[in-house]
Design a protein around this ligand. Structure first.
Ligand code: 11C
Length: 342
């Protein structure tokens, strides 16, 4: 069986990765509609030997669509109701519906059982959340987790293709002795912008009243929902780094019961979607350059936290545009196809 697929936000970084993955994974599509804002409408995209014209998204765009892949952003909220009404299943990469109790928030390797309760929309978690829970789940299955302290090192791809272009241009400007211009990071709509090249910016998304950023609160709230554990205590610091497309995270976990480093390595190596990259003797550990363009998240630097009982530290890296966004969303669709859920 083949499915009619629409991609909303087809011209952005996540939209383009949807196309790469649909081809790479031989995703069973019949018709394919590429949708975007008015600004990108009319653009031609070559895909699998055929030329597609990007159409301006309207409420009428979703007639006959089985699977609507929403790349993210404000358009999700605008078009999800019409897409659902037209009978499509929306797999949404924006933050608009993630914490809605009616909407499953899914990482297929972690909580696929949540998909069945969907009412037309399934939310794809935030990229840094996905990458972290991929490493937490096999450990949680060995012992309940009490507390998590995470610090992230997030690639500019999280800010979209404009942020990637900004890093590239700033590096060029510095090398050529030109003035460095910052218009996008830490967020295009924010009052101030800072240079990311050769810098770190400890702000991703807007600040909330509690002095955390929205990105930090996403990691806290979404992780609890995905792991179905409101008792989890989590604190997060999220930082933008001058890396193109893989997020890295330093994670400290306190478990209820002791987990040895050997056991942690064993369960992580066996978990689908995770590669164990952990051999300090050979200087082997995950790095964002190595995980870029790859599907698996990589975990390494696993070691005891000797400052508490039952604590482990680890380091996880994953491609932000793949597992952090487009791949996870497509895997949700693949799971539904496999389990006859359309
Ligand atoms: C970043 N995590 O790295 C963000 C991008 O809620 O899906 C994705 C924002 C989201 O900037």
């Amino acid at each position: 069986k083949k499915y009619n697929v629409a991609i909303l936000g087809a011209t952005g970084a996540v939209g383009q990765e949807f196309l790469n993955l649909i081809e790479e994974r031989n995703f069973p599509f019949a018709e394919l509609k590429l949708l975007a804002s008015k600004r990108s409408a009319g653009k031609k995209i070559q895909f699998m030997g055929k030329e597609y014209t990007v159409e301006e998204a309207t409420d009428a765009s979703f007639e006959g669509v089985d699977i609507a892949l929403f790349a993210g952003g404000a358009a999700s909220k605008t078009f999800a109701p019409a897409a659902v009404k037209a009978g499509a299943v929306v797999i949404d990469n924006s933050s608009a519906f993630r914490m809605d109790p009616e909407v499953p928030l899914v990482v297929p390797e972690v909580n696929p059982e949540a998909i069945a309760s969907h009412k037309g929309i399934i939310a794809n978690p935030n990229c840094s959340t996905i990458i972290m829970v991929m490493a937490l789940k096999p450990l949680y299955d060995v012992s309940k987790i009490k507390r998590i302290v995470v610090s992230t090192y997030q690639a500019v791809s999280g800010g979209g293709k404009e942020a990637m272009a900004e890093l590239e241009e700033q590096v060029k400007a510095i090398n050529e002795g030109r003035e460095v211009v910052a218009n996008i990071l830490p967020g295009a709509s924010l009052a101030k912008h800072y240079q990311i090249a050769f810098n770190l910016i400890p702000q991703i998304d807007v600040f909330k009243e509690n002095l955390y950023t929205k990105e930090e609160m996403k990691m806290i709230d979404e992780t609890k929902k995905i792991m179905s554990d409101d008792s989890l205590r989590i604190t997060a610091t999220t930082v933008r780094v001058p890396v193109y497309r893989s997020h890295a995270e330093s994670v400290n976990v306190e478990f209820e019961d002791e987990i040895s480093v050997e056991k942690a390595r064993e369960v992580l190596a066996a978990f689908p979607g995770v590669t164990l990259t952990d051999n300090p003797d050979e200087q082997v550990y995950p790095m964002p350059l190595e995980t870029s363009g790859k599907d698996d998240v990589e975990v390494g630097r696993i070691r005891k936290d000797y400052s508490i009982d039952n604590g482990l530290n680890f380091w996880v890296c994953g491609d932000q545009i793949r597992k952090g966004a487009a791949l996870n969303a497509l895997q949700i669709a693949e799971y539904m196809i496999e389990h006859d859920m359309f």
